[in-house]
Design a protein around this ligand. Structure first.
Ligand code: GSH
Length: 241
């Protein structure tokens, strides 16, 4: 027997998180999330793909995200995370990091990651651009402009993230010239990126700050994305109340 292969395949009930957030439909993908830009990436992808799933509310308070049960699935203590009861080898698999989850769902279904081998590389490229650039930089802009960091008197951190957000928006605006979606066909790269653009308006009140009117291709892309019914469903999943 291969020493890497467990003698008994794990079951959903073996995941400690299911004791705090029990599965009513253990045959479905279990989503542990909250409707933030990182959280809704996964609910939007699940809605677009039409995969059956069950969403659990994991609030951004230490009692939830930093609880031993949640950290048994994501040791990093951040939403989103999933368990797919039907993983690649047929046994359940737990995953965290929104980008990894998006790639997993695309690979599982053969959808939303580009048609050709060339397009798939472009999807990965723009997904990484979101994970390493847009997400962290916009998140810090939100912190220094709208949340606790706004009380810091030194203007430099806030200005640094305003400048970086504008620079990233400029890169996107140029890349979107003449295109409907960032990597060619509609893909997980769009699903990863646009919820962060939306958050600049809805959560951070920063549209004027970053000069969104200077980026017409980005604004049109955001509106095109938000017009999709699956996106609208995913944006409210799990519900806040
Ligand atoms: N790189 C991670 C980031 C996840 C993340 O930052 N999640 C936030 C919500 S958007 C969170 O759970 N914050 C709670 C905390 O940090 O305590 C991913 O993309 O999944």
């Amino acid at each position: 027997m291969n020493m890497q292969t467990p003698a008994i395949a794990p079951e959903l009930a073996d995941f400690p998180i299911t004791r705090r957030w029990p599965a009513r439909h253990p045959d479905r993908i279990q989503l542990y999330s909250w409707p933030t830009p990182n959280g809704v990436k996964v609910s939007i992808a699940l809605e677009e793909l039409g995969l059956p799933y069950e969403a659990h509310q994991v609030r951004l308070r230490p009692e939830d995200v930093k609880s031993p049960e949640f950290r048994s699935l994501n040791p990093n203590g951040k939403i989103p995370a999933i368990i797919d009861p039907n993983g690649p080898d047929g046994a359940p698999i737990g995953l965290f990091e929104s980008g990894a989850i998006l790639l997993y769902l695309a690979e599982k279904t053969g959808q939303l990651a580009g048609g050709s081998a060339r397009e798939r590389q472009l999807v990965t490229q723009w997904l990484m651009f979101q994970m390493g650039g847009v997400g962290p930089m916009f998140g810090q802009l939100g912190y220094f402009h709208s949340f606790a960091g706004s009380e810091i008197e030194d203007p430099r951190p806030r200005q640094r993230y305003i400048d970086e957000a504008k620079r990233l928006l400029g890169v996107l605006d140029e890349a979107l010239e003449g295109k409907e979606w960032i990597a060619g066909e509609y893909s997980i790269a769009d699903i990863a990126m646009v919820p962060w653009l939306r958050a600049l308006g809805t959560t951070y009140n920063a549209l004027e700050l970053v000069g969104m009117e200077d980026f017409p291709n980005v604004s049109a892309w955001r509106d095109r994305f938000l017009a999709r019914p699956a996106v609208q469903r995913g944006l409210n999943t799990p519900p806040r109340d």
